[in-house]
Design a protein around this ligand. Sequence first.
Ligand code: SUO
Ligand code: CP
Length: 312
Amino acid sequence: MKKYTELKDIKDLSQIVEEAIALKQAPFEFKHLGKNKTLVMLFFNASLRTRLSTEKAAKNLGLEVQILNVNDSWKLEFDDGTVMNADTSEHVKEAAQVISQYADVIAVRAFPSLVDKEKDAQEIVLNSFIKYASVPIVNMESATAHPLQALADVITLEELKTKKKPKVVISWAPHPKALPQAVANSFIEVMQMANVDFTITHPQGYELSDAIVKDTPVIYDQEKALKEADFVYVKNWSSYTDYGKVLSQDASWMMTQEKLGNAKFMHCLPVRRNVVVEDAVLVSENSIVIHQANNRTYAAQVVLKNILENIE
Ligand SMILES: NCCC[C@H](NC(=O)CCC(=O)O)C(=O)O
Ligand SMILES: NC(=O)OP(=O)(O)O
């Protein structure tokens, strides 16, 4: 693996999932791989899991870790040819080259604006680092994708499934804030790569990009979609068609124990209790969100391991 900015960087999903599960059993086996090497993590947005699990994964591999909250640094310019006489102090062209001298791998978190759809789709922050850095890049959630989360999700499914081809449903849930489509996009993409019976359910107006959904069935009736589900992944996203808008806060879409039945409950976290999902689900045996968050470490570790093995 030369980089991990999108799920397409995974050549063989079942092989990488197997490798991640093996790393979970023996997390320090490859501690030599990162010796005298450094991971620099750049955060343009808040994080709990991604930050701590990726740092843990890196340290398990013997890497040094440096973290920069970009808001504490100089405001970066991304546009070409700008006269930088306003509020941006440093161009990503210099920043990426400079950081590449300190880092052997650079990981970036940069959420979308949710204002300008075309600009968000261009993934300007992530792609600028891919273009101007001279070391491998890892996506820690970009404008349109969260491939580390999706990998942790598929590892979790593989560990906890009780049938060969489980039924998996992703269900939209209400939320007071406009959230990105990234988590849903990557979960859908990874489910299309996995051996599952997969369905999407959301209210009208919350259709995701056709390029993501492809031929996955979309059912607007949540109850119908959830029938006989083995795993239910709950997530809010803001409208993609009416870009970045909160069109509905319909509480009837909140996940409840009654709707979930015997299915396992998944969520990437952080989750708004009693808005996205009722308390009763999170305290029940059917909630696997903590297990899922633990797997973020092994998703990051398998990615960093594969990248390190490819550095000269
Ligand atoms: N990385 C996991 C999710 C990050 C982000 N959630 C959030 O911003 C939730 C914030 C809140 O609930 O206030 C998202 O949906 O993409
Ligand atoms: N799931 C996830 O990415 O969590 P953080 O935003 O806390 O990193």
